[in-house]
Write a protein of this length. Sequence first.
Length: 121
Amino acid sequence: MTQTPPLDIATAFTKAWTSHDLEKAASFVADDVVFDGPMQQSTGKEPYLAGLVKLSQDVTGIRMIAAFGDDRQALLMYDLMTQSSGALSCAKHLTISDGKIHSDKLTFDSKLLGRAQPKAQ
């Protein structure tokens, strides 16, 4: 039986959640997934997906810059287009086994979040 390469899983997952197909995105996530990002850290599928649902509501698109992988991990760099903050340049490292994402480490400049919102006077 041939296993789907981690890079294919990572890109399919990313395309699914950024196009608001959260059910499909969830199918790629392991129950014990560990997430480490600038705005959230979590363990478990439920809190991970809750954060993803919240973020996806602000997403208007994605522009993939680069994607690399081997037999257990994938590294993606992309511009995430958002309604509130414009383009956020993101780098994401995913570890994958048995066709499921077990860890997700995301980095981006969180200072850019909300920059489009008017400042209080």
